[in-house]
Design a protein around this ligand. Structure first.
Ligand SMILES: C[S@@+](CC[C@H](N)C(=O)[O-])C[C@H]1O[C@@H](n2cnc3c(N)ncnc32)[C@H](O)[C@@H]1O
Length: 223
């Protein structure tokens, strides 16, 4: 995965140089590129307080494989903060970004005007049949909907859209499932659901200190 981690900071190479997405810092570094020439490369600092994927990577998530030509299905795209960094990573690929809020979708659509590898889809991720004709089989599914039924909709989308041998990530926020239960109990319960449906947990990473009571599961499923 094309991300740069240095001294507790994480960044991606800006696919649209000079353009910021959510007020993030841009930095330019001189690098030796193919052929031995020196080139200026612009990076976007990836804020782990704004993006759970950045938090998971800074906290040690290391086995997620996202290549630059991957097709990604992103569930719960919101206004595109994390989507934009994934768009930097899959510069030759495509991010299908599903979001059901029309307000967030307006910003996401604007983002996709500059970033042509983002395909915004206004739809409900609990109803994958609604976008079956728009989304092809993908290499990776990323789910961050913060809903009580998130594991179910995540697994359902995997059954419809994930290629054989693909990986997926789900971000679980315990308070979205049950505010009265201890987070650890919720995490165990969701892990059990995933395993019972034939998923293998490749990595699990908590998101503190960036996000309280959240966990990231990286999973694979043999079909
Ligand atoms: C925690 S936010 C996502 C933040 C985003 N992933 C990021 O890092 O930039 C959850 C988003 O999921 C969306 N959402 C919740 N349930 C959904 C559903 N059933 N279908 C599509 N989007 C949904 C919400 O509208 C919200 O924008």
């Amino acid at each position: 995965m094309d991300v740069y981690i240095k001294e507790e900071q994480i960044a991606t190479k800006n696919l649209v140089p000079t353009v910021k997405v959510y007020g993030e810092k841009l930095i330019t570094e001189k690098e030796i590129v193919e052929g031995g020439n020196e080139e200026k490369i612009e990076y976007r600092i990836w804020n782990p307080h704004r993006s759970k994927l950045a938090a998971a990577l800074l906290n040690g998530l290391s086995k997620a494989k996202i290549e630059d030509n991957y097709k990604i299905l992103y569930l719960g795209a919101s206004t595109g903060t994390t989507v934009s960094h994934i768009s930097d990573i899959v510069k030759k690929g495509l991010v299908y970004a599903v979001e059901f809020s029309p307000v967030s979708m307006r910003k996401l659509t604007r983002l996709s005007e500059n970033r042509t590898n983002i395909a915004p889809i206004l739809s409900d991720a609990t109803k994958p049949k609604q976008y079956l004709n728009l989304v092809e089989k993908v290499d990776f599914i990323y789910c961050d909907v913060a809903q009580p039924n998130q594991s179910e909709l995540f697994m359902n989308n995997i059954d419809f859209f994930l290629k054989k041998d693909g990986q997926s990530i789900i971000m679980i926020k315990s308070r979205s499932i049950d505010v009265n239960q201890k987070p650890q109990k919720i995490f165990k319960q969701e892990e059990k659901k995933l395993k019972e449906h034939g998923f293998q947990i490749i990595e699990k990473v908590k998101l503190e200190p960036y996000e309280k009571d959240h966990i990231c599961f990286l999973v694979e499923k043999s079909f």
